[in-house]
Design a protein around this ligand. Structure first.
Ligand code: GNR
Ligand code: NI
Length: 160
């Protein structure tokens, strides 16, 4: 495994639409492993999408610290949504900024796992927020685009 560099907000890569994974090659498996390691390296990371490490493929990983543990999504599709919730979001590509964003309260997502098996997952709370946030990355959308009333908060940077 290896850490990958995280692309920052101003990089045009973050505005591109990622392409579906057609075949789960060893390269995609390594991408998933590296993304998990990179996400865990920054202890605030609860998710990471492939374009954030410069790979324009429809892949993301999520771990919100619940009993699901690490979840890997290949070619995800949000197939149902219900209700609304607001959450103060951040992004590893946009350090120091947060904003409140409105997301569905509950979602159902369909995706493939690393074995190519299709699965469905129902999520609510932070897990639903995070899956929506990561899915937006695959479409070149950042949470700052969706900030309620356009309000961006400039958070204190953590000390190293
Ligand atoms: O680390 C992250 N924290 C976070 C907090 C609230 C809502 C969404 C997130 S996702 C973010 C990691 C990231 O940038 N994923 O793309
Ligand atoms: Ni993000």
């Amino acid at each position: 495994m290896a850490l990958r560099n995280i692309v920052m907000e101003t990089d045009p890569l973050l505005r591109k639409t990622s392409r579906p994974v057609e075949e789960i090659t060893p390269r995609i498996i390594k991408l998933l492993d590296d993304m998990a390691e990179t996400m865990y390296y920054d202890n605030r990371g609860v998710g990471l999408a492939a374009p954030q490490v410069g790979v324009l493929r429809r892949v993301f990983v999520v771990d919100v610290g619940d009993d699901h543990g690490l979840l890997e999504f290949i070619n995800p599709e949000i197939i149902e949504t219900e209700g609304e919730q607001e959450y103060q979001e951040g992004c590893l590509s946009i350090p120091g900024k947060t904003a409140k964003v409105k997301r569905p309260a509950k979602i159902k997502v369909k995706a493939q796992d690393r074995n190519g098996e299709e699965f469905e997952l129902e999520a609510e709370g932070l897990l639903a927020v995070c899956i929506c946030h990561e899915n937006d990355h695959l479409n070149g959308i950042l949470f700052t685009d969706k900030a309620i009333d356009g309000k961006i908060y400039y958070a204190e940077q953590d000390e190293e």
